[in-house]
Structures are given as structure tokens and as C-alpha cells.
Design a protein. Sequence first.
Length: 201
Amino acid sequence: MNSSNGSRRHFLRTAAAVAPLSALGAFAPPASARPRDRNGDWPADLEDAVERAMPVAVDRARQARRPFGAVLVDAGSGAVVTGARNTSDLSGDVTAHAEVNLLRKAADEGLDLPSHVVVTTAEPCAMCAGAILWAKVRGVAYGTSVARLVSYGMPQIDLSFADIARHSRVAEPPAVLGDVRADLTDPLYRRFMASIGGASA
């Protein structure tokens, strides 16, 4: 083996091993090339509905300092019925994530949650996942995964929604669809982390 080639391979292996996850995230495959996280029953018309709903959730996220937004979709009609954004920085309430705000709003409006789907710009955190499981919604569709948020340097409880749902004895876990319009959601978090210099907000 040529020693220069061996040295180059050794350098590349070492560099990859010590590179921070945030740096590696920059070289991740584009959202369209990633396999979609999917489980449960997703009829084609419902999948189309959550794809159409994600830009509405993104609009909600853009209204928040911490860019997280969520909407509720009627599983029968495919219509977006209500939405919310993260307001934790405004209220001082650390539980005021977009999904928790959405569930509270839905309860205030008397909506039947088991016949609705939560569409959220990012995979629900452990707190929001618990709330969603208690709400017994029909499904959850998200854009950017927790793993990807971590790769961008965003502080998270590094558990996927599927991992948390597997341990639920509350009810049948909702159907899950990930990487929905991640081409719209991933840039929210890359820009946010760049704007704060990669620090916690």
C-alpha cells in the first residue's frame, strides 16, 4: 500500500471521528434523499394532507423566536383546523412548546383529538411526545427529526418520538410520519442555530 494513501485514509478517519456533530450535519444528505420515518396507517389522501399542512406549520414557526410551529389536521377532511407556535420566550413557561400550545388550544375549542393529526415542524421532544400520547391523536407528522436538531447543535433530550411511544401504555400509539417537507423545516433550525452562534437559546 502506498504510504501517502494510507496516511490520507488515517487522517480522514481521525477527522471524521473527532468532528463535532454540528459540523457533520452540514454534510447530511438533502431532505428529499433521506428515507422517511413511517409507521402506522397513512392513507395516501392523509399523507397528502399533512404535506399540504406543513407550510402552514412553518408559517407559525416563523412567527416565533424559537422557530417551532404545529397545526392540527382533521384526519377525515384533511383540513387544517387550528395551529400554534412556541411561546416559551414570551410567557416564561418552559412547557409552552408549539405542540403543547396546540393541544391546549384544541381542548379549549372542544376538538376531538383522536380524529386529528398533529403536524409539527420538528419531531416532538420528550415532553411534547408524552402530551401527544395522552391526547390519543390519530397521527403525528413532523419535519425535522430530533437527531437532526442535535446534529445542528440544538440542545434536546435525545429520544425519538417512536422510542417514547414504544414505552406508552396509555393507548395505541399514533401513526408517525417523519421528514415531511424537511426541505422547509431543516432551514428553520440551521438558520436559528447560526443566528445564536450555536449556543443554547
